[in-house]
Design a protein. Structure first.
Ligand code: ADE
Length: 225
């Protein structure tokens, strides 16, 4: 799949897109992440992409022209399944949304900044508005990085053990079971016996019980969805 990220701070996204899961997935040819500097698309001679809001409100607003031209340039090259705008008033990002977006071929993520973007862009070009949580970030770059990471890691082959993305927390709307590694006895802190038994069915049953128990205790809201 291909993810195009539009931002006024491309250098902020660089470490996320070239390293770790996103870097590895690109090397394996599973994903392509392209970061576009919005300032490259402005017709303003000072490379400005924002202006004062009509109505005398506080803050600055990202203008239509550079965003429209950048999206038009991308759309001229290929079709996009979604044009996403990162905003605290968007739909809440979640594991099901990451799974769904991982099935798309091409998506654009437009990072918001300042007081936001001219609303006409939201009305005419954006197909989906996404928030990563009920708090306000300085810009949408961290939200775009979070989303790209969660989307790419569920692509088949993106992480070493293919099964492990499927057994992630939230994949069945449940938290994961606890995990342990050697030694089985560390300072008298013991690994549950069942995990050392080699009895696959019993281990599976233990895992499921742990998932249900932990979800009920820590995130009961997930069981009602
Ligand atoms: N931009 C600012 N805050 C944000 C949030 N919580 N989610 C997505 N984009 C944002």
């Amino acid at each position: 799949m291909r993810i195009d990220i539009i931002t006024v701070l491309p250098e902020m996204l660089e470490p996320f897109t070239t390293q770790s899961i996103l870097g590895r997935a690109q090397k394996k040819g599973l994903a392509e992440i392209h970061v576009h500097n919005l300032r490259d698309y402005t017709t303003d001679k000072h490379r400005r992409v924002d202006d004062y809001p009509f109505g005398g409100f506080a803050g600055m607003v990202m203008q239509c022209q550079p965003i429209d031209d950048c999206i038009a340039a991308l759309k001229a090259e290929r079709d996009y399944d979604e044009i996403i705008y990162t905003s605290p008033d968007g739909e809440q990002f979640s594991q099901p949304m990451a799974n769904e977006l991982s099935l798309k071929k091409n998506i654009i993520i437009l990072c918001g900044h300042y007081k936001g973007i001219d609303h006409r862009i939201r009305e005419h070009l954006i197909t989906r508005e996404v928030s990563i949580g009920d708090y306000v970030l300085t810009g949408g770059e961290l939200a775009a990085a979070v989303m790209a990471d969660a989307i790419v890691r569920v692509l088949p082959g993106a992480i070493g053990d293919e099964q492990s993305a499927l057994s992630d927390c939230f994949q069945d709307n449940m938290l994961s079971a606890p995990v342990y590694t050697r030694p089985a006895d560390y300072k008298g802190w013991l690994v549950p016996d069942v995990l050392l038994s080699g009895h696959e069915a019993k281990i599976k049953e233990w895992e499921l019980n742990q998932m249900i128990e932990r979800t009920r205790k820590l995130r009961p809201d997930l069981l009602n969805e």
